[in-house]
Design a protein around this ligand. Structure first.
Ligand SMILES: [Zn+2]
Length: 82
C-alpha cells in the first residue's frame, strides 16, 4: 500500500502475543507494519491507523527507543480527557 505522502508501507497481519496489537519498523526506507491477526477486523484497522500515526509523527526517526515512544504516546492517550 502506498500512502498519499509517498511513503512505502508494507502491512501484514501475523501471530503476536495478545498484549501486542501491532508494531512498526523501518528498513531500507520502507515501513513495515505488523498487526496481530488475533484481533477482530475493526481492531486491526485501528491498530494499522495507530502504527501509521507513529510513522507520520516521526516516532521512528527519534533517538528514543520504540518502547519509550510507545509508553509516552499511550500515556498521552490515557490522559487526554483530563
Ligand atoms: Zn503505539
Amino acid at each position: 500500500m502506498e500512502l498519499v505522502f509517498g511513503l512505502d508501507v508494507i502491512c501484514r497481519s501475523t501471530d503476536m502475543p495478545m498484549a501486542v496489537k501491532g508494531a512498526v519498523k523501518k528498513s531500507n526506507g520502507v515501513y513495515y507494519i505488523y498487526i496481530n491477526n488475533r484481533l477482530c477486523e475493526e481492531e486491526q484497522a485501528l491498530a494499522v491507523a495507530h502504527e501509521i500515526d507513529h510513522i507520520v509523527s516521526g516516532d521512528l526517526e527519534t533517538d528514543y527507543s520504540a518502547a519509550q515512544v510507545e509508553k509516552y504516546n499511550h500515556y498521552m492517550e490515557a490522559n487526554k480527557n483530563e
